[in-house]
Design a protein around this ligand. Structure first.
Ligand code: AMP
Ligand code: MG
Length: 393
C-alpha cells in the first residue's frame, strides 16, 4: 500500500462509517451538554405554563386605569408560587410579584415603579393597555410543538428549555468508544524511574485526550511491549469494548514492528502514505472494529490523528468541522517533493510562522504550534508572503 493522503483518508472514512450511526442511549439531563439529541423532542407542556406577571406591581383591569392618576383599593397579594385561584374584582388592584399567577379578570400589570401605596390603597400614575406585562400561557411554546430537533448538539440553552418543561433524561447518540494501545519496549509510564534506553510514554495520553477533545469516550489506554503475544492480548481487550482502536508505533520498517506483525496477517493494510510526518500507516478491520495504526513518533502520532481521525470523530459527535484558513507565511521555505507536508505553525497578527523543525520527534516544538501548515505534495518552494493552507490544532 502506497497511497496519497486523500486515498488513505478515503479508506479510513469507509472503515469508520459505522461511527456515524451509533445507537442512542439515555443520559441524565445534567450530563447531556455536548451530546447529540437522538430524536425530536416535543414539548410536554405549554410555556409559560400559566398566565403570570412579568413585573412586580399591581394586577388591574386596564379599563380602570385609563385616566390617571387613579387610586384603587388593594384587594390582596399574590406571590410567585401561589396557586392563584382568586378572581379579580374590576376597579381594584392586586399586589403581584414577578412570576405569580394573574387573577382571572385582570388583564394588565402596572409596574410598582409607577405606583404609590398609602394604607390599603394604591395610586397609579400611568395607565396600561390590555396585555401589558402579562405573560400568556403558551406564548413561548405550546404543548406538542417541537422543542429541540433531533441532531442538535445540546448546549446550555437547549438544556435550559428541557429543564423548563421538566425533562429529567434525554436520548442522545452514544459517543464513539475508543481504545488506545501504545507500543514500544522502551516506554514507561510517568511516575516510574527511567532506566537507560527508556522514555516516557507520551502518545497514550496524547491520543486519549485528543479523542476526548473530539467527542469520543476513551474506554482504555494500554501500553504494550514489542511482544506479539502481549500486544495481541491487549488488542483483544480493546476490541471487546471499543468502536475504534488506535495504536501507536510498530508500523514501520524496523525489526520489531509488533503492530504490523500482528495485524497484517489479519488482513491489515500497512504501507506508506505520501505525507510528512506520519508516512507509515496501518488500517485493519478486526471483528468489525476498525483499528487505526499510527507511527510512534509523537509528532507523527498527533498529525496522523489530526489528518485521519479528527474530522471523522467530529462528524460522528456532531461537532463543527475543522475548517482550513489561508494565511500568508512569514518566510521562504522548501518542501520535499511528492510528500504532503504538515508543518507546525503559529499564527500571529494574521500571518503564520514555522515554530519547529521538520523532525517528527520534536514534541516540544509541536507544543508551541497552534496550526498545522498543509503544503500539497506538488509544492517544492514557497516564498514569504504566499498564502498557505492552515488547520487549527
Ligand atoms: P516506532 O513507530 O515504534 O518505530 O517509534 C518511532 C519513535 O517514536 C521511536 O523513537 C519511539 O521511541 C518513539 N515512540 C514510540 N511510541 C511512543 C510513545 N508512546 N511515546 C513517546 N514516544 C514514542
Ligand atoms: Mg516502536
Amino acid at each position: 500500500m502506497a497511497s496519497s493522503v486523500a486515498e488513505h483518508r478515503h479508506a479510513v472514512t469507509h472503515m469508520l462509517r459505522a461511527l456515524d450511526a451509533l445507537p442512542a442511549e439515555t443520559v441524565p439531563l445534567r450530563d447531556a451538554r455536548g451530546r447529540l439529541l437522538a430524536a425530536d423532542l416535543l414539548s410536554p407542556l405549554d410555556l409559560p405554563l400559566f398566565r403570570n406577571s412579568q413585573m412586580d406591581g399591581f394586577a388591574v383591569d386596564a379599563g380602570s386605569v385609563e385616566s390617571t392618576p387613579v387610586t384603587l383599593s388593594i384587594a390582596g397579594t399574590v406571590a410567585a408560587g401561589d396557586a392563584g385561584s382568586t378572581a379579580h374584582v374590576a376597579g381594584t388592584a392586586v399586589r403581584i410579584m414577578t412570576g405569580a399567577p394573574i387573577p382571572d379578570g385582570a388583564d394588565a400589570i402596572v409596574p410598582v415603579e409607577d405606583t404609590t401605596v398609602a394604607d390599603d390603597r394604591v395610586t397609579i400614575d400611568r395607565g396600561r393597555t390590555v396585555g401589558e406585562f402579562v405573560r400568556e400561557a403558551g406564548s413561548d411554546v405550546v404543548a406538542g410543538e417541537l422543542l429541540v430537533a433531533a441532531g442538535t448538539l445540546l448546549a446550555a440553552r437547549h438544556i435550559a428549555v428541557l429543564a423548563a418543561v421538566g425533562v429529567e433524561t434525554v436520548s442522545v447518540r452514544r459517543r464513539p468508544r475508543a481504545a488506545v494501545i501504545t507500543t514500544g519496549a522502551e516506554l514507561v509510564p510517568a511516575g516510574q524511574p527511567l532506566s537507560p534506553g527508556q522514555i516516557y510514554d507520551s502518545n497514550g495520553i496524547a491520543l486519549a485526550t485528543s479523542l476526548e477533545a473530539n467527542g469520543a469516550e476513551v474506554v482504555s489506554v494500554a501500553r504494550s511491549s514489542d511482544d506479539v503475544t502481549q500486544f495481541r492480548r491487549l488488542l483483544d481487550d480493546a476490541l471487546a469494548n471499543a468502536d475504534l482502536v488506535i495504536t501507536s508505533g510498530g508500523v514501520s520498517m524496523g525489526d520489531f514492528e509488533v503492530v504490523k506483525e500482528t495485524l497484517q496477517p489479519l488482513g491489515g493494510q500497512f504501507g506508506h502514505v505520501g505525507m510528512q510526518p506520519g508516512g507509515p500507516q496501518g488500517l485493519t478491520m478486526v471483528n468489525d472494529v476498525p483499528v487505526l495504526s499510527f507511527p510512534g513518533n509523537p509528532v507523527s502520532t498527533l498529525v496522523s490523528f489530526e489528518v485521519f481521525a479528527r474530522p471523522l470523530l467530529r462528524k460522528a459527535a456532531g461537532l463543527p468541522a475543522v475548517v482550513a484558513a489561508d494565511l500568508p507565511i512569514t518566510r521562504d521555505l522548501t518542501s520535499v517533493p511528492n510528500r504532503r507536508q504538515f508543518l507546525r505553525g503559529r499564527v500571529r497578527d494574521g500571518q503564520v510562522d514555522i515554530v519547529s523543525g521538520p523532525g517528527s520527534h520534536l514534541v516540544a516544538g509541536m507544543a508551541l504550534a497552534d496550526v498545522l501548515i498543509d503544503l500539497s505534495a506538488e509544492t517544492t518552494t514557497v516564498s514569504a508572503g504566499t498564502h498557505v493552507q492552515v488547520w487549527a490544532l
